[in-house]
Design a protein around this ligand. Structure first.
Ligand code: HEM
Length: 373
């Protein structure tokens, strides 16, 4: 298809219909010079504006440039189309420490997440000063984009961790069919979609008055790498699997309905007097009616990082959710899930990140985070 526009009020890669592939990276900034950081953000923006349109990262390109210099594009995407590439940047709270004089720009909504019961987070795959989400239909294109941004950042940033994902686990548009996660369930049914204009306004985009003006039109990203114990899950009965989610595995319908998009009836009880959608089911505990209407725009990906040396797949969900304020959305929802969700027997949260994703770049004279400097 056609490339997605790079310039706009909001960054692409949030409401953009979720592409099938992800390469996510978190960088640590290793320069302590504020001007070098601002200069890097300008160079990254220029390269991203090119790559998202299917062009080389730099004006000379991977071939045909001066023979005495390394090419300004690494070359592995030569001949490939834009493949729906979007690049979305986010700033972690550590960027607002003393190093760059940005402490007074730190949004209150970029608060550290509380520790949730059951968390087993590993610091080396959590946090980061800057994150970059590359999504594309072709993994080669997503990897090429991250690699070139890391190359451009040499000496100023270093890669803290990165994650490949496949098989989007959410639809973010009504034009998309709902995909499945690695537990085999449809995932993304009750997600916020780009057609839900009023929900985007209320639950996704930071608005004037919410916090610092530089975030108006931006959004907060929470990432959680969630390992799945798929081998245990695969020995669990179908009935148990369906009551864990509160939805049917085939159509994705709520256990109180018939079709995928039927509203779950949380009040309905069965012949035993118990709720049909159980008290400890994922859909009930995450439901907006328990959280004052709070919702998320989920945009996660499946991952398999090989095997774990103990005969099990190292697999799960790289959960990503965009929102207007994590303190009012992700935190209350995850507090409820961490305490009660029956799914917890089969999953383990192993990494965590929170990032302030600024608004979109308006034109070629603008750059990511310009309002910060
Ligand atoms: C709904 C899977 C983790 C928030 C769902 C659904 C599935 C699912 C299958 C039902 C279909 C849908 O509406 O998308 C999973 C799996 C997880 C996981 C496999 C972990 C491996 C989380 C986390 C959060 C979350 C960490 C946020 C803290 C939600 C929300 C809904 C949902 C808000 C929609 C509830 C509704 O409005 O009906 N999830 N999820 N999920 N999940 Fe998760």
């Amino acid at each position: 298809g056609d490339p997605y526009p790079f310039y706009g009020r909001n960054q692409a890669g949030i409401t953009t219909p979720a592409q099938d592939r992800l390469h996510f990276v978190a960088f640590d900034v290793i320069t302590s010079k504020r001007e070098e950081l601002a200069d890097l953000l300008q160079k990254w923006t220029a390269a991203a504006a090119r790559m998202t349109q299917g062009r080389d990262a730099g004006p000379f390109g991977s071939v045909g440039g001066p023979l005495e210099a390394p090419p300004d594009d690494t070359g592995e995407a030569l001949g490939l189309p834009a493949s729906g590439l979007t690049l979305t940047i986010g700033f972690g709270s550590s960027l607002f420490d003393k190093r760059f004089g940005l402490a007074d720009r730190r949004p209150a909504a970029l608060a550290d997440l509380p520790a949730f019961p059951g968390d087993e987070l590993s610091p080396d795959i959590s946090g980061g000063d800057i994150c970059m989400q590359a999504c594309a239909h072709d993994p080669q294109v997503a990897v090429h984009a991250i690699r070139n941004l890391a190359r451009i950042g040499f000496g100023r940033v270093s890669v803290r961790y990165s994650q490949l994902g496949f098989g989007r686990t959410s639809s973010t548009s009504r034009a998309q069919t709902t995909p499945r996660n690695l537990l085999g369930f449809k995932d993304g049914t009750a997600n916020i979609k780009l057609e839900d204009t009023s929900m985007l306004r209320d639950y996704v985009w930071a608005a004037p008055g919410d916090g610092p003006a530089w975030m108006d039109g931006g959004s907060y990203l929470v990432t959680r790498k969630i390992r799945m114990h798929v081998e245990t899950w695969d020995r669990t009965s179908l009935g148990e699997q369906e009551t864990i989610f509160g939805r049917d595995k085939g159509k994705g319908a709520p256990l109180t309905g018939h079709a995928e998009f039927d509203e779950p009836d949380l009040a309905k009880t069965g012949p035993d007097g118990q709720p049909v959608i159980p008290a400890d089911s994922h859909v009930r505990l995450a439901h907006p009616s328990l959280h004052g209407g709070a919702r998320l725009l989920r945009r996660g990906y499946n991952y398999v990082d090989g095997s774990d040396g103990l005969g099990r797949l190292d697999a799960g969900l790289f959960f990503m959710a965009y929102q207007r304020d994590p303190r009012k959305q992700f935190v209350p929802i995850q507090t409820e899930l961490a305490a009660k969700d029956k799914l917890n027997e089969y999953i383990q949260h192993i990494s965590s990140g929170v990032f302030a994703c600024p608004p979109g770049v308006t034109d070629a004279g603008d750059y990511w985070g310009r309002a910060l400097f």
